[in-house]
Design a binder for this molecule. Sequence first.
Ligand code: AMP
Ligand code: GLY
Length: 434
Amino acid sequence: MKILLIGSGGREHALALKLKASLDPVELYAAPGSDGMKAQGTCVDLGAEDVAGLAAWCAEHRPDLVIIGPEGPLVAGLADAVRALDIPVFGHDAATARLEGSKIFAKDFMQRHHIPCAASVAVRDLDAGEREIRTWTHGYPIVLKADGLAAGKGVVLAGTEDEALATLRSFLAGEYGEASRAVLLEAPLFGMELSFHVLVDVDADHARFLPLPPCQDHKRIFENDQGPNTGGMGAFGPIPFLKAADVQRMVDELVVPTVRGLQADGLRARGVLFLGVMWDAGGPKLLEYNCRFGDPETQVLMHLLDEDLPQLLLEVAEGRLQREKVKLHPGCALSVVLAAEGYPAAPKQGVVIDMGTPAVTVIHAGTRKTNGTWVVNGGRVLNLVTHAGNLATARTRISEALDSVQWPGMQVRGDIGLRALKHAEAGKGVADAW
Ligand code: AMP
Ligand code: GLY
């Protein structure tokens, strides 16, 4: 099967490795890809958001399947452009990707389809927004969200009225360009945050979905969830304290109304939806939709899946997803991010990586090879990923592997999965506070 994979990060490297693990031969191309992905395929020198260039490449090379990793090209209409060439695409139409591309659109969708979520109000001008903040009755912190894509940075939890007003002014003045000219003010939710990925295949005549195991990400840069937010410093799955009945509840209360809502609204879905979930005292609430796989969640999911990935994604891309359960390897997978010095504010680039031979999977997220040497080329640089019988064993394996990969200033959290492990060992569940 000839496959074009769009993207260049850790998520895409994890997908590339799993695609190449298929029993059938896979001829893999990645645009733009990365030096780390060159062992799996051929890099195509086109940017992930170069819709016209990528469509032209597809018209010439006729891949059997195109897989779109990041949200940018989905929101920009790459899936639509390639699908128009009659080439199967794993990735949603731009109209559906608005669920991630506009937080206000997503919130309207959730409310229209009675999906449990935080109370909110959309504001587009400063006077109205200031009035909302001054008369806010939903509790603190006020969550301010830039409406559009802001590279994962457009959410601020403001602890005071002054901070909320300052954030609102900065957003509306264009801190994230057009993406923050409209802002969603949201009530805070307190509880257990989960990443729930579901493959979705929705069209006028069918609405099917296939849940993947829920994972947990760790967003803060420092251990014990301290410091600024990042794209994610590590993830694991499945979650040891989450019961089958809990997963079923998320399916019933969040996924089923989403899939029915997509169909009712005439939105075709041919890809993955990654639901950001906050499980509070009242049950699961939807924080947000992502129209693509999470990073570093994908690294975990690819280690858990006992499926032929090209076939599975092709079924979704061709609108013929039939299975109701995915086959999984037993046990647990864990992905730990190795980040650059100064990440997330100002990651220090070009530092030489001492790359040994760890006994776990090494995923390249932000590296470059110069004269045969790997150097730092991004914020999240590498992931170490493993699969083991349980989370405790997986943690031990990663911690042993850390001796073999490092560079001066490298940042790594040693506590990925630890809190969940203790929570499970204490007999606590998803509705119990940490
Ligand atoms: P996002 O960029 O939308 O993923 O949001 C970033 C993070 O902000 C989420 O992962 C949550 O941890 C947090 N967050 C978003 N919305 C809320 C909310 N209503 N209440 C509490 N935390 C939130
Ligand atoms: N790990 C969170 C995300 O991919 O958005």
